[in-house]
Structures are given as structure tokens and as C-alpha cells.
Design a protein around this ligand. Sequence first.
Ligand SMILES: [Zn+2]
Length: 608
Amino acid sequence: MSYQVLARKYRPANFQELEGQEHVLRALVNALDNDRLHHAYLFTGTRGVGKTTIARILAKCLNCEEGVSAKPCGECSTCVEIAEGRSVDLIEVDAASRTKVEDTRELLDNVQYMPTRNRFKVYLIDEVQMLSNHSFNALLKTLEEPPEHVKFLLATTDPKKLPVTVLSRCLQFNLKNLSAERVVKYLRKVLTAEDVAFEESALWQLGRAADGSMRDALSLTDQAISFGNNSVNDEDVKTMLGSIDHREMYHMINCLIEKDAGALLDKISALAEFAPDYTMLLSELLSVLHRVAVAQAVPDSVDNSQGDQELVLAVAESMSREDVQLFYQIGLIGQRDLPFSPEPRTGFEMIVLRMLAFTPSSLSTGEVQDIADLKKKTATLEKSDNKVADVIASLDKKTENKEKASNIDRPDQSEQVELQTSEDQSVSRSSELQDTAETAETEETEDPEFDPSEVSADSSAIPVDSGPESAEDAAELEPKNWVKILPKLGLTGVTLSLASNCVLRSVTGPDCQLVLNEHHASLWNNAHETRIGSALSRMFGTELKVSVTIGQPEAATPAEVDALNQQKAHARAVELIENDEKVKQIVESFDGRLERETIAARQKKTGD
Ligand SMILES: [Zn+2]
């Protein structure tokens, strides 16, 4: 008897022999046993997962002379004819080669005729997505009103290309890719039956190379048997596939764990002899790292579907989670950059060397512990309403950023880690303007040593009235009280802005003289004068008349006082942060620097 290829010889004859796809088989078996048959079935999945095999078995189930059942006898003439591909009532069409509408029409014209010998006329259309639109229309007509004696079994690798009208009239089954573990198990069975010697590791190579397709796996095994002269061994399969063995990845990862750059480069030059696809190599490395990360998070979830369960668990134990994440991230970014490298091999070498270069070994566990402590302390500080808490809370966020930066994606070690301004800081900075005067005053009483003249010689020249504030002070309409009166006037918008650039020069009876700083007078008009006048009248319960002259105010305007207080608050915040021991420690540990302009004194909450 002539040699029959394994894929054909070991094609399953019934559902029990079929490897995998249990979810589909269960549905089919139940339908057959309960006699709830649909008139059209669609099997989807990649090549070689068993679409047409299942369809042929289903045809046997439908037409077996012993009766419709999930277990066709396999011996009656119908079963034998179907197995040998010569049943008159099983019409197999490969749509890839019959796309013309005439062909399909001719095919479907015969639908109305009763089956020649069997119960059903079964149409098995493979690669159905290849039919032309006209063919689909012809098919659709039949699917809409199918004769009792007809069953359609459609198979496709690409169901997205099918018209929805066809899809909706079929019972759809998605076939899964077979895991390498499953393929290896089956190959073991086949090779034992064939009496071919084999090495387990060779089977895993074949199983992975088959990429989920049993047919590919069996074809490759056929090839390996002839290549190895009736045996399947590791070396031969490796040479035959021209692929990099999965285990090489673990050797490489081991070099990374041991931080042995020399061994790592030796490994790569050994691999280079196989002229590997470095992009694939990197993907393999990433997929191993992914499995390791999963193993670290959920050790029980690691299966042996790739035949490397033990290795994955071993690596998971000997690597820190941070390292795994770091290597993965570097590899991922490397994948993007690999096409830009002058040579794929040098690009790949740079990526793995980068993994070594950025291993955060310099960061001792003690320091990490310190930072964790700092966070806890910071949290308690915030609760205890310490004023440092306000300014340091924002730093807490930055600490996290820095940790990430140093662990995962630090672009350049020599570069200083820059603290980023978070959005909420800038928002709070602008919103706090209105209230800074109060904040600064409170802070000043708390810290008598603070000298505003240190802030800026220029602005300290302006006399600032920052004495204790009370309702009575504000109630007296005197030039020195203008700074306190203004916020209580209830002015808004441009009027408020203009008024805060004024000083109250004199009050004579009902006449109030204001001087508007000439540098801020561009928006001035008389309407604002009236508005300020009526606001003052309302506040003091008497008719007051305001006249504004534009010039050089003799004293500090509320706007200037505000700006100065803000400066003071900022200087105070900077001072507190710079002198904080923990902050100093962080800056030192991470070789960082403080960006002063990102520090903002927070607005005191009402009721504080
Ligand atoms: Zn039969």
C-alpha cells in the first residue's frame, strides 16, 4: 500500500476520535441525539483546526444507514463512501476554486431534487467566503426556503467576509486553535502508533511551530520523519524548522538574571548562526516575560500549554516583579525601534543590553522601605492638619512618578529625573489667588521668624498692612482699610480687577477719592466708577460718591498686597519643602531636583 500522509491517515472518523473542539462537539451531539437539526451550519476557525473534518463526520451522522445519531456506524456503505470521498449525496465544493455564479447556480439548481440514496443531500462548501456576490445571492435564496432534504455545511477561515444575510441563517460554530500541549499529546499518540522513535522536546518544537493547526502539525511531523530518517529528534527538527528553540529564550533570560552581559552576547551570536528573525525573537522573549509575570501574580494559572511550565515557574521565582516589568517594557519599546536600527542583530543586542543597564540594582531595599515609610508619614501628616501636609501632598504624587520612572521606563540614567507639574497644581495655584492674603497672614503669625524682606528687595519696599483683621476694621471707611474693604464689596470681573489696582486716597464726607495705578488703567471707564460707588454706598449704608483719578498710587494697592502675599506664601512653601528631611532624601536617592515653580501653597479650606 502506498504511503499515506499522516494528516490523511489519522483524520478522525468520528467525534470521539477528534482532538479538541469539545464545545462544538457537545452542541452537535446534543442536536443529533435530540433530533433538533438545523438546515445550515457554519464552521469557522483558522486552517487545519478541523472544520471540514467535523463537517464530514456530521454528514456521516446525518446519512448513516443505521439512523441519524452522534455515533455513525462507520461500516455501512454510506459511511464508507463518505470516508472515501465518493458519496453521491455529499456534494463537496471548494469555493476557492468555484466562484463563478454559473457554477453555484448549477450547483443549487440541483437542490430541489431528492437525494439519490441517502436521507439528506448534504452540501459541504469550504472557504465559503470566496464566493462571489452573485453566488451568495443564489445561495441565500436556497437558505431562505431550504427543502426538507437538504443540509448546508459551510466552512470559512474568515466569517467577516460573509454577508450578514447568510450569517444570520446559519448556526455558527467557532473552532478554537489547538494548544501546543494538545498537539504534542496527539503527535505522541500518532508516532507511537506509527512506531517512530521521537524525542519529547522535538514534539514541543513541532507543536509550537504548528501554531494551533493540527493539520500543519501532522504535515510537519511527516516532514520531520523523512528528514530524520524515520525518527523525530530534537536537533533535526531544529534544523528543519530553522527556528529558534523556545528554550533559548530561557537561556537568555537566565543571563539577564545573572547580569552576565558576556554570556548574553555569546548566546546571541550562537543564535545568529540560524539567521533568525529578530523581531520574532523579541516577540518570543516578550511572550515568555508575560508568562513569567502571570506566574508571579497567579502561580496556579500557569499551564503547560507551551511545555515550559517548570521553566516559567523557576524564572518567576528568581526574578523580581519589577525586573520582569522593566524588561517587558524595554522589550516592547525595543520592538517599536528595532526597524530603525542599522542592523536587526545590533538592534536586538542593544535591547537586551539595555535591560541589563537599567536593572535598578543601585536602589537598595532599605531606600525603598524609607520611601514607603515616608508615604505613610505623609498620609498621617495630612490628617493631623500640619501645614507641611498641604505642600507635601503634591510631592507624594511626584514620589510615585519617580518610582515609576526609575523602575520601568527611565530613558537615560544620567538625565535628572524631572518632577512633573500635575494639572491640579496649576489649577489650585490660580484659584488660590483670591485667598492668599488670608493664608499668608495666618502663616506669618505661626512663624514669627519669617522675614518677608528675604523674598524680594523690590516688593518688600512697598509697605504692607498685614495686621489682624476684624469686621470693625473693615467697617471704617479710611484709606488704610481699603485693602480689607475691597474683598467685601462684592465686585466682580473687570471692575474688581480695576478696583484692586486702586488706593483710597481720601474720604471727605461722602466724597471718596481713589487713585488708579496708571499701568492698569487701559480698561477704565466711568461705569466702573459708578459701580464702585454704589458698592461702597451699599456696604456703609450711606450715599457715597466715588471719583477716580489715574496716576501713581502712594501706597500698595490690594493687587500688589495680594501679589506680595502670594510670593511670601510660595517662598514659605519652597522653604518648607526644601528643608524637609524626607524630601532631601528623595532628591538625593533619585538624583533629582526640585522645580520650585511647581510648588504651590494651597488655599486654606474654610473652617480651618
Ligand atoms: Zn453508517
